[in-house]
Structures are given as C-alpha cells and as structure tokens.
Design a binder for this molecule. Structure first.
Ligand code: SF4
Length: 337
C-alpha cells in the first residue's frame, strides 16, 4: 500500500542549463541559492534529508529549478547515478525532475526510465502562443502537447506547471491553459501568479511602464477558478504561489506583483466565499445559521482571518460552522435557527 505521507528531497539546480532567458525568471533570487550542487554534494543533501524524514514516508528525490533534460546527457546521468543506491535500498521510491517541454524526446525518456525517474514536471506556463512568445519561453503550445503525449506514452506521471498574468495573459487565456493542461493528461500542476523579480527582463518592462502585474485580488480570483477546475478534473494541485523566503518577504528581490505569504489560504478561502455567496445574499438579521462542512474544509470555509464568517455576520445574527463526517470536499449543508 502506498504511504499516506509524501516528502521530496529537493536538489535545487538554479537555472542550470537553461537555453533561454524567460523574461520573468531569476531562480537565484527566488530560491536565494546561487551555487549549483555537484553530484557529490547532491549525495550529501540526500543523506542529510533522509536522516530527518520519518521512515513511513514515501520519499522522492526531486531535481528542481533548472531544465534538467537540457543538461549534457553525461551530466544528467551523473546526478541520477547518485540517487540509485537510495532507490535500491528502498529508502527512496523514485525521482522527479522539472524541465522544459522542448527538451523531451524518446531517447531522453528511455534514459530517465532506466534511472527510475517516475515523475516529470514541465514548465508549460501558458498554452497561448502569444503569451509564450511575449514571455521569451522559446517554445510554443505544440511543444507542450507533443512532450506531454510522449511522457504519458512512456508511463511517467506528468505534471504541467502554469503561470498567471504573464504579458498578454487574460482570464480567458489562463482558463484555456487550464483546460489544455487537463486535456494533455497532467496528473499534477503548480499554479504561480507572475511576480516581478529584480534583474529580469520583466523587471525592465515593469519599470518602463510596459507591464502591469495582476493585483492580489485579481490573482486570487483567477486562481480560485482555475484551482476548482483542476480539482473537478482530478488534477492534483501541488503548489499555489511561491513559497516565501527571507529575502522575498523583505522585498529585496520582489519589485511588484500579487505576492502574499498565505496566498494559497486566500485562494481556498475565496473558493468557499463563492460557494457560500447564495446564503450570504439572504438577509436574515433575526436568524442564526449553522453551516456544516467536512473536517478538512472547516478552516477554509470559515475563511482566511475569518473573512467568510465575518461576511455572513452582515446577514445573520449568529454564525457557526460545524464539522460533519458525511460531507466531503466542497459539500456543505446549513440550517437556520
Ligand atoms: S526554463 Fe525555467 S528555469 Fe529556465 S529561465 Fe525559463 S523559467 Fe527559468
């Protein structure tokens, strides 16, 4: 039986081997890491992490941050070889990599399979050709579709990451990207609203007044619609928004954009706001309401900083939320009293 808990051991290879400069990207600033670990250092990172992860976890080694399959074949194999003993002795169940859609072919996929790579995440970012061009991605929609088909045909678990609010992106193009990611057979995704990071071409466009990022409320509203579509279509959302790091939160590298340290909570809270809207619109000042939700969703239903409860208090005398074991996901029931 598959372990319930999962943990990745991240080996971060910042912008290693990237053949393009995507206009939004400066992995060094985002991760606060500038050095690229050698394969030997990667081994030390794996050993150090394994010592801290409980034994009953499903563990994967994750080569993130660069474009893994753009590396020379020998270098890819050196990193993958380091991981093999940990897979052979059962400490680690597999390897995941992130890469670009235009650096996937059958030979590469066969090699990755030999080294027990199980999951491949592609930075799709958008499936709109204008957005891709304006963002300097250097590949088009067709490349994403072809790579996805190949990855699925070789039996890997496919992940497609997307960004919101890139130059030329609209809610409609972002929703189309979402529908494409589902249609291309992704099992997982990550959703990143575009931030303006220092020392990037996007930062230059922003300071010249040629690029306006999404506001926080726009980014939350777009993401909550997209998140819901993914959930309805059984695509697991692994991440929403960038994880805060010290330099980011001190605004050292973040020039503009919809950054919030609890971005995911804002999104999950907004999804519930939409669900509860019909009963928020009933004005029953003399009545109290009890809303029943699943245990997992209680926190999100009440809302970030209790914002959904506060909104309901504008319409009802008392508002209570109660858990109900028979409910799942976004299901809820309510009664007035
Ligand atoms: S391919 Fe990925 S890592 Fe490389 S520059 Fe673009 S976004 Fe950054």
């Amino acid at each position: 039986m598959k372990n319930l808990h999962h943990s990745n051991i991240p080996i971060f290879l910042p912008q290693l081997a990237c053949p393009h400069q995507c206009i939004f990207c400066n992995q060094n600033h985002i991760s606060s890491q500038t050095n690229v670990p050698t394969p030997l250092e990667a081994q030390t990172i794996i050993e150090r992490n394994l010592a801290t992860i409980p034994k009953n976890y499903d563990i994967q080694i994750a080569f993130f941050g660069g474009s893994f399959t753009c590396l020379p074949l020998g270098t890819q194999e050196s990193y993958l070889q380091v991981a093999q003993p940990f897979i052979e002795n059962g400490g680690v169940s597999g390897i995941r990599i992130s890469t670009r859609p235009d650096y996937i072919d059958d030979d590469i996929l066969r090699m990755l399979k030999r080294y027990h790579v199980t999951d491949i995440e592609l930075g799709a970012q958008s499936t709109n050709n204008t957005v891709l061009k304006l963002s300097g991605r250097g590949h088009d929609r067709n490349a994403i579709q072809k790579a996805s088909k190949r990855i699925n045909a070789h039996g890997f678990q496919l992940g497609l990451q997307m960004m919101l609010g890139l130059p030329g992106d609209t809610l409609e193009t972002a929703l189309q990207t979402t529908r494409d990611i589902i249609a291309f057979g992704a099992k997982t995704t990550r959703i990143y609203p575009t931030l303006v990071v220092a020392d990037t071409p996007l930062a230059k466009l922003y300071t010249q007044g040629k690029y306006t990022p999404l506001t926080l409320s726009e980014a939350v509203a777009w993401t909550s619609r997209i998140y819901t579509l993914f959930v309805e279509n059984n695509v697991t959302v692994l991440k929403v928004g960038l994880h805060p790091n010290k330099d980011f939160t001190s605004n050292k590298y973040l020039l503009a954009g919809p950054f919030h340290p609890s971005f995911k909570e804002l999104v999950l809270s907004d999804i519930w706001h939409e669900r509860l809207k019909p009963i928020m619109q009933n004005i029953c000042k003399n009545q109290s309401i009890n809303i029943f939700v699943s245990e997992n969703e209680l926190h999100n239903a009440i809302g970030y900083n209790s914002q959904n409860r506060d909104e309901l208090l504008k319409s009802y005398k008392h508002v209570t939320f109660t858990t109900d074991k028979t409910l799942n996901g976004y299901e809820f029931t309510y009664c007035h009293y």
